[in-house]
Structures are given as structure tokens and as C-alpha cells.
Design a protein around this ligand. Structure first.
Ligand SMILES: *Cc1c(COP(=O)(O)O)cnc(C)c1O
Length: 234
């Protein structure tokens, strides 16, 4: 590696850390504005498509909460990182196929995309085999978009009840991804309402473009990618 390369990657790491700190400050400011305690909002770094060399600076600086979209990609990156940072908290934030549940349970601490009966069954079966009881978020398709994953808002209460009572799953919260060209706030408010009436305390909502609004509407975890890493690495 040439000297130029080393200083380039050093600058890239410094930029990532600087943007991370800016995002954290923006979250804190949004929380104080409500007002609510900024400590009640965690920042998940959405590290899909980012290589380990761009994730590592955040780990080295003490950050532990990350999210990946694909089981296969996580498998190539995280076992190595977890060996060095055992207390990492890795969440699956992308769709999960039932045939990948076992791998997902081995790799991830939390699955945020529980969205159908078949998946609930598979998670229950594999969790029992592995002797694990992962924390889960139910994903709600707040915009009822046909192409998008997640329960319809009207189906959420019954599904959450079945996950708990029939499958014995540890559902801790709700997650949503509002439609790209809608105003996000009504979707965040709806998710918050569904969580409240189901006794769920955690809300995974808010991304680079709208995490401030999400914090104002009760988010307990914002998932931020581009505002920290810059444009995604194809
Ligand atoms: C990529 C991703 C994010 C982060 O999105 P940005 O707009 O890059 O902040 C959040 N949530 C999910 C589910 C994602 O796939």
C-alpha cells in the first residue's frame, strides 16, 4: 500500500467518524426539542454495502450498534468483526427468507423484519434448536405498499398477539420504512400508535432523510446509512 493510500483511508475514516458525531448531535437536539431524554434514542449504523475497513473506525471509536440488510453479506463481514468486538449489537433490517433463519439467528442479535406467520414459525423452531431467544421487531407496512414487506396496519395487532401467544416469541418493538415519496411523519405517528396499544416500548423508525422527525414522534432507534457513510458502495 502506498503512503497516499494510507492517508486516503485515514481521511475516509475521519470523515465517517465526523459525520457519525454530527448525526448523533442532530438526534440529541431533536430529542431535547420534544423534550425527551436523548439517551432514549439509539443510533443504528446501517452498514450494508460498506466494507469492514469503513465499519471498523466506528467500532474502534466505541460504537456497537449496526444493521445489515442481507444475511449473506453479513456472513462475509461480521464474524471477523465480532471476534474482535464481541459486544457488538447486530440487527437484521432487511427481509428474511425462512431458509436463512438459522444463519440469521447465528449472526444477528436482533431481527427487525418479522413480517409473516411462516417466518414467526421458523424463528420459533430454529430458536428452540439453537437455545436462543432473539429480540424481534415486527415490521409494519404503514403505507400499505403492495411491493413492500411488512404487516398491514390493520393486521398488526392480531399478528403480534399470535407471535407472543402461539409462537412464544420475544417481540420488543415495531419497525417501519415509510413510502419514499410520502411525508414520513404520519407513518411514524401510526407506528407509534400501534406500538402503544400493543404494549411495545421500542420503535425502529427514521433514516438519513427523516430521523429528526422520527425522534420527535417517539423513535427509540434510528437507522442511518448514507448520512454517516456517504453514498452506498455499489
Ligand atoms: C439502508 C437502510 C437504512 C438506512 O438508510 P439511509 O437512507 O441510507 O440512512 C435504514 N433502514 C433500512 C431498512 C435500510 O435498508
Amino acid at each position: 500500500m502506498t503512503l497516499t493510500k494510507i492517508s486516503d483511508s485515514g481521511k475516509d475514516a475521519a470523515d465517517i467518524l465526523a459525520r457519525f458525531r454530527t448525526v448523533r448531535e442532530d438526534i440529541d437536539r431533536a430529542a431535547r426539542h420534544v423534550p425527551r431524554d436523548p439517551a432514549g434514542v439509539t443510533l443504528l449504523c446501517a452498514s450494508k454495502t460498506q466494507g469492514v475497513e469503513r465499519i471498523e473506525p466506528l467500532l474502534a471509536a466505541g460504537h456497537r450498534l449496526f444493521g445489515e440488510n442481507r444475511v449473506q453479506e453479513a456472513k462475509t463481514k461480521w464474524p471477523e468483526l465480532r471476534a474482535r468486538y464481541p459486544d457488538v449489537d447486530l440487527h437484521l433490517i432487511g427481509p428474511l427468507q425462512t431458509n436463512k433463519v438459522r444463519d440469521a439467528l447465528k449472526l444477528f442479535d436482533v431481527i427487525e423484519t418479522l413480517d409473516r406467520e411462516h417466518l414467526a414459525e421458523a424463528i420459533a423452531t430454529e430458536s428452540a434448536k439453537l437455545g436462543k431467544r432473539p429480540k424481534l421487531f415486527v415490521e409494519v407496512n404503514t403505507g400499505a405498499e403492495p411491493q413492500k414487506a411488512g404487516l398491514l396496519p390493520a393486521e398488526a395487532d392480531a399478528f403480534i398477539a399470535r407471535c407472543r401467544q402461539v409462537h412464544g416469541l420475544d417481540v420488543v418493538g415495531l419497525m417501519c420504512i415509510p413510502p419514499a415519496d410520502d411525508q414520513a411523519s404520519p407513518h411514524f405517528a401510526l407506528l407509534s400508535e400501534i406500538a402503544k396499544r400493543n404494549g411495545l416500548s421500542q420503535l425502529s423508525m427514521g433514516m438519513s432523510a427523516d430521523f429528526g422527525q422520527a425522534v420527535q414522534l417517539g423513535s427509540t432507534e434510528v437507522r442511518v446509512g448514507t448520512a454517516i457513510f456517504g453514498a452506498r458502495q455499489a
